[in-house]
Design a protein around this ligand. Structure first.
Ligand code: ZN
Length: 628
């Protein structure tokens, strides 16, 4: 412990000073942000600033500090064209989604691309290769990689490669006197006896804004263990973009019970984003709520002063004050006010729903929740069968029409339910613990869960069905739970389909909520196919026999542009030969475009026989030839 403390102290001393950096784009002028460091994105935590470039590419990018280019990467994904610069104080700055580098870097990179015969490349130049002073031109801004519009992604990392908040370095280029904004507050039950408005379900509240205070107008009756979550954003002066909030603190009756301050994090823990926000709510309703509690499986270290993981337990009948303080990097502050009052849960609740036609059940975290219409005699009869024992359970509450039941799954995994003497199979296949390797086998599919691939215990369900389809005779659909459960790491799934497929060009696709297909992969062995995925939900097998399309879009003395596209599985690879020799073509999948500029031809004239070979992910290939 002492050793760790000593190390972090040393590390704190080596942090760069405030005036160390120059703003990398339009220095000295007001700049605007489309993203801030620490923002919780759908699959990761955002590591830097997204600096707007007015919808344009080609703005000059300057070295933020004296140093040398330590890493260069060109990719069609992620950061696209990116430069990493190492500085004398041990810190690193990162410039991503670039359009191009300055000529001396570009020429050296191109030489390496020709040696490797590859557009995508990663290079680590030696310390003396590319040295620049603070403020020297190093590149031009762009929209390369996984970028959805022109901007510069800029990071400052410490000597451990942990991203820091660039706004903590007091750049005068960014102005911000706008406090964070709140849209909604969510309250969720966390224990079996928890209630909100007498119900065991989530509630969402809008707030009334007065200055920088956001108030929930009603006093909310609650009981048991509850959790809060918040939908909000921060804005900087002069731009409409909704960015992340750096600092959140929650107090219950004046005592801090939860706080997070995103000052830095490590890239290895970035995937925790999926449990920082409410993943299920986002999948179902598209709204992103930040949890004001540390959920199971969340290993991030930017929480402090957290009591009982941030969960609030109310067991009295008094009124309590919840206050949430939100601050941005410029210390602008907003306060959310919610008053709750303890209320002992009644057995009979006011009618909140109409009479249901039939019973339904679903798994919510560790509970099996059952809803059933009441019979005339108002005596529901439900038995849960677990480990071959039948447990008669009483409703947690009823209204005039329906009854609600909760079964704690930690007590045992039920195989069936008896409702008014009718037996219903539950098809819960297994309980998968998050912190160990687990192999599941069944007739239709096997799943291998590596160590820590889950954030939380998974109550595994799976299903197989054949349905008529316009594409094939019958489509086979394999379902594993649903897409509302996040995975930390890839799992390996083996499917045993019944149909006959042309194995050489058939693979596994996931089906999203909008019924779109996404290629997952797959390796055949006899009549089973194995693939890796980081999503649960629906999967199917599709045959792709249509090769990619290749079309010449434009030729000039300076540039050749070619469109490449593939319908089902997508492009996996392309090669361009001029008079049988490899030539460098750049690739932007967003625009379905490959192109070469005069300099990309490595001094060769742009004429002769051009041959373009494009393959998709299921082995179909197109060879396109033309004379330039
Ligand atoms: Zn970014």
């Amino acid at each position: 412990m002492a050793l760790i403390l000593g190390k972090s102290l040393l590390f704190a001393q080596s942090l760069p000073a405030d005036d160390n950096y120059q703003f990398p784009i339009r220095p000295g002028k007001q700049n605007f942000l489309a993203g801030t460091m620490g923002e919780i994105r759908s699959t990761h935590i955002h590591a830097g600033l997204d600096i707007k470039t007015g919808g344009q590419e080609g703005l000059a990018v300057f070295a933020a500090q004296k140093g040398f280019i330590s890493r260069i990467k060109i990719s069609t994904k992620g950061y696209g064209n990116v430069l990493y610069m190492k500085h004398p104080d041990g810190s690193t700055t990162v410039y991503a989604h670039l359009q191009k580098f300055i000529p001396e870097i570009r020429d050296w990179v191109r030489k390496n691309q020709y040696e490797k015969k590859s557009f995508a490349i990663e290079l680590f130049p030696s310390k003396d290769k590319f040295q620049y002073e603070k403020g020297e031109l190093i590149a031009y801004s762009g929209n390369s990689g996984s970028s959805s519009g022109p901007h510069l992604h800029f990071e400052i990392r410490d000597n451990q490669q942990k991203p820091l908040d660039p706004l903590s370095f007091n750049f005068s280029e960014i102005k911000d006197n706008i406090p964070p904004n709140i849209i909604r507050l969510g309250v969720k039950p966390k224990s079996a006896n928890a209630r909100i408005f007498d119900q065991h379900q989530n509630y969402y509240f809008s707030t009334q804004k007065t200055g920088n205070v956001f108030k929930v107008n009603e006093v909310v009756p609650v009981y048991g263990e509850i959790a809060l979550e918040l939908q909000g954003y921060d804005q900087q002066n002069g731009s409409y973009n909704r960015n992340g909030i750096q600092y959140i603190e929650m107090q219950l009756d004046g005592e801090t019970v939860f706080s997070q301050h995103i000052k830095n994090f490590s890239f290895a823990e970035s995937r925790n984003a999926l449990v920082v926000y409410d993943y299920e709510e986002k999948q179902k309703n598209g709204r992103q709520f930040t949890k004001l509690f540390v959920d199971n499986g969340n290993s991030l270290s930017f929480y402090s002063k957290v009591k009982n993981k941030g969960l609030i337990v109310i067991k009295d009948t008094l009124e309590h004050q919840v206050r949430i303080y939100l601050r941005d990097s410029y210390q602008n502050e907003s306060i959310v006010k919610l008053n709750i009052i303890g209320k002992i849960p009644p057995k009979k609740v006011p009618n909140s729903t109409k009479k249901k036609n039939s019973f339904s059940w679903k798994i919510i975290k560790n509970f099996l929740k059952i809803e059933s219409p009441l019979k005339v005699d108002h005596r529901p009869e439900i038995k849960v069968y677990a480990n071959r024992i039948g447990y008669e359970i009483a409703p947690i509450y009823t209204d005039s029409f329906n009854a609600w039941y909760l079964w704690d799954l930690k007590k045992g995994l039920p195989d069936s339910l008896s409702i008014y003497k009718e037996l219903h199979a539950l098809k819960l296949a297994a309980v998968i613990p998050p912190n160990q390797k687990f192999s599941f086998f069944s007739k239709q599919l096997d799943i291998l869960f590596p160590y820590q691939s889950l954030f939380d215990t998974l109550y595994l369900t799976h299903n197989y069905l054949k349905k008529d389809s316009q594409h094939t005779d019958t489509q086979e659909i394999f379902t594993i739970n649903d897409e509302s459960i996040p995975l930390r790491k890839y799992i390996s799934v083996t499917l045993r389909p019944e149909n006959d497929y042309k194995k050489f060009n058939t693979g596994v696709f996931s089906i999203d909520e909008k019924n779109r297909y996404h290629f997952e992969g797959g390796k055949w062995k006899e009549n089973e196919i194995t693939f890796r995925t980081r999503n649960l939900g629906k999967f199917t097998l599709l045959t792709d026999s249509i090769p990619p399309t290749v079309k010449l879009r434009g030729v000039s003395t300076n540039k050749v542009r070619i469109t490449i596209d593939d319908q089902l599985s997508g492009i996996s690879d392309y090669r361009v030969l001029l008079n049988d020799q490899w030539v460098l073509f750049q690739y932007d999948p967003k625009r379905k475009l490959i192109w070469a500029e005069k300099e990309d031809f490595n001094g060769r004239p742009i004429n002769g026989n051009l041959k373009v070979i494009v393959s998709d992910k299921l082995g179909n290939e197109t060879i396109f030839q033309t004379k330039l």
